[in-house]
Design a protein around this ligand. Structure first.
Ligand SMILES: Nc1ncnc2c1ncn2[C@@H]1O[C@H](COP(=O)(O)OP(=O)(O)OP(=O)(O)O)[C@@H](O)[C@H]1O
Ligand SMILES: [Mg+2]
Length: 244
């Protein structure tokens, strides 16, 4: 299907430190791409750059060949409507109830949607994610794992076709992990694009069509998922040396 997101010579400097260094890569539409690498390598930063949430200090990020930083408000809103991000720290709105957290993306992107339909959508994605408790609480009352479920469900509520997942299954129980992996797989099978970060090598092997290895803010290696599943020695080297 071709490239959906491209980073061209992207650098990112924060507090005078080179976090990302002259990184170029392309993410393919309809495929799952994994970013893997040691802690502090720059994976979350790359994900946020690719999602247009951070602006590179050098180079540019393109969505279907359009420079994201040059998009007007309407184009940006259109991009945001199609895309969803699950942040590593969940990033739920602390001063809003869980219900309000779930509802706000629908209110922004589908202002005409009747409340009944909003509620139906919210219930649907929560059931898929496996969250069944009270929605009137604030996020701080939830465990980290429960916050992850809500963050994931919130990301799915607008039915995204471009999905950014930052360690979205880490710290969940095995059943929840399976559920969220299955949902990601369903999106992939439906032709949606997934760009994800994970330290869980099983998931990388199961889901990723492409694997980008990031070390010290640099794209060190790009592999196909097929290489990881067919080359045991390579897979072991990467799992032991890089992911865990
Ligand atoms: N805004 C910022 N200001 C200063 N330093 C930053 C900023 N953002 C990221 N960094 C630093 O850049 C490095 C990469 O951060 P990033 O969160 O992208 O790593 P990561 O690969 O996602 O790590 P982890 O696997 O632990 O989540 C870290 O050393 C981090 O402290
Ligand atoms: Mg991270």
């Amino acid at each position: 299907m071709g490239t959906i997101i491209e980073l061209q010579n992207v650098g990112f400097i924060a507090e005078k430190q080179d976090i990302i260094k002259n990184l170029s890569c392309q993410f393919e539409e309809g495929k799952a791409s994994a970013l893997i690498g040691p802690s502090g390598a720059g994976k979350s930063t790359i994900l946020k750059l690719a999602a247009g949430l951070l602006v590179p200090t050098q180079g540019a990020v393109y969505l279907r060949h359009e420079d994201i930083s040059l998009m007007n408000h309407e184009r940006m809103l259109n991009f945001r409507r199609q895309a969803a991000v699950v942040f590593q720290d969940s990033a739920l709105w602390a001063n809003q109830s869980l219900y309000q957290n779930m509802e706000l993306p629908l209110r922004i992107h589908f202002p005409q949607m009747p409340k009944r339909e909003r509620d139906q959508r919210i219930n649907e994605v929560l059931a898929e994610a496996g969250y069944q408790k009270d929605l009137m609480m604030r996020p701080a009352k939830l465990s980290m794992g429960e916050q992850k479920l809500i963050a994931f469900a919130r990301a799915m509520v607008c039915r995204p076709v471009l999905i950014f997942l930052d360690e979205w299954i880490e710290s969940l129980d095995e059943n929840a992990v399976q559920r969220l992996i299955n949902i990601a797989k369903m999106h992939k099978d439906a032709g949606h694009t997934i760009i994800f970060v994970s330290h869980d090598f099983r998931v990388v092997k199961y889901l990723a069509d492409y694997v980008f290895i990031i070390i010290g803010g640099v794209l060190t290696m790009k592999l196909t998922g097929a290489q990881l599943t067919s080359d045991m020695a390579l897979a072991q080297y990467i799992e032991k040396g890089i992911v865990s």
